[in-house]
Design a binder for this molecule. Sequence first.
Ligand SMILES: [Zn+2]
Length: 76
Amino acid sequence: MERVMNTYVEVKDQAVNDIALEIEQGVEEKDKIDSSIEEISASFEDNSGRCPECGSKVEHEGGCMVCRSCGYSKCG
Ligand SMILES: [Zn+2]
């Protein structure tokens, strides 16, 4: 009977470890997804009028993107 109990506890511990590992991996996956979303958001911001050099708002001047903060400009 005692041996059965020990086996039960070992199996239970193993199951708990497996679940903990899965949760850990799930969190890592979530972090990856979060950073991907941040990257995508950042690239959208670049296209919607943010300076890629300093992150300030850029102004549009004669078809060019001009940053007043750092002097960055891009035409076309
Ligand atoms: Zn700038």
